[in-house]
Write a protein that binds this ligand. Structure first.
Ligand SMILES: O=C(O)CCC(=O)C(=O)O
Length: 285
């Protein structure tokens, strides 16, 4: 298959050693453009809601994507949540996750099959916003102890250039070799889960500066966080997940517990868009 992206020996070594990989230029531009359109539609809906209820008078249709939600809604944007899922559960997101180059990488890391995980999020991080500062955690802190021995890959993809100034991600290499740490709810506005970092050297954190098209991949035990944005623009990103075939999902499951999202497999036929979308539409959240 022409879009296959074999991992190099150095990348495989880094994955084993550090529990994360930052792959540059993996995602084709047209897949990101389609996802951006989906996000733009979600923004339009929010702004029309705020206009209808009288909270704003101008939806600022001509402001670019990386500023519109912040400039038209300001602090009111937070009313619509810190991460969006059902709002963006559309063909473009399905197509992003099934992008051949990405699915091929996921299949290599899980050992043969790329199986989709139910959790994905759009994350608009607004300038100066406290709500979207995500403290150190392992994703299994959310998925629960039953997922500790599973291999779940988080793939974090920016839609705009990201660095420290607009709240990019940081990872701590090697933390994927730890057990699941105790997580408690933070006191900040976002009320995210925060991991017990005792014995972990935070100074080893790697700041992941990225461009659209890059993908940051890490495990459900790799310690990571996102920083505050001090930039004037919105940090737009999406995070997707894959799971090793047969591993327990933990606490967050498909609506139909027998549903399996086969994306790429040498032995199983791939799942079509319709059953994926149908399962998501029944989610309680
Ligand atoms: O996008 C962010 O700010 C945080 C992402 C994250 O923590 C995750 O995807 O697990």
């Amino acid at each position: 298959m022409t879009n296959d992206r074999p991992l190099t020996a150095a990348e495989k070594h880094q994955w084993k050693q550090d529990g994360y990989l930052l792959l540059r230029g993996l995602i084709p531009r047209e897949r990101l453009t389609a996802v951006q359109h989906t996000f733009e539609e979600a923004v339009e809906k929010i702004l029309q809601t705020l206009r209808r209820d009288g909270s704003i008078t101008d939806t600022k249709p001509n402001i670019p994507f990386d500023r519109r939600l912040a400039e038209a809604a300001g602090a009111l944007a937070g009313k619509f949540g810190r991460s969006w899922r059902k709002e963006i559960a559309q063909r473009s997101v399905f197509d992003l996750q099934t992008t051949p180059a990405l699915a091929h990488v996921a299949a290599q890391l899980t050992g043969g099959d790329a199986i989709g995980h139910p959790v994905f999020n759009a994350r608009p991080k607004l300038p100066g916003q406290q709500l979207t500062i995500v403290p150190w955690h392992q994703d299994s802190g959310y998925f629960g102890a039953a997922s500790e021995k599973s291999l779940i890959l988080t793939v974090w993809i920016p839609l705009v250039p990201v660095d420290r100034s607009n709240g990019c991600l940081q990872v701590i290499p090697g933390t994927h070799k730890l057990n699941l740490r105790n997580h408690t709810q933070e006191a900040r506005e976002g009320q995210f889960l925060e991991a017990d970092l005792s014995g972990i050297d935070e100074s080893k954190a790697v700041t992941c500066t990225m461009q659209p098209g890059d993908a940051l991949i890490f495990t459900n035990l790799t310690m990571h966080r996102s920083l505050e944005s001090t930039a004037p623009t919105i940090r737009w990103s999406i995070d997707l997940r894959y799971i090793r075939d047969g591993d327990p999902l933990g606490a967050i499951t498909w609506h139909d517990p027998n549903f399996k999202w086969v994306i790429r497999s040498p032995t199983q036929p791939p799942t079509d868009y319709a059953p994926w979308a149908a399962d998501i539409q029944q989610w309680p959240w």
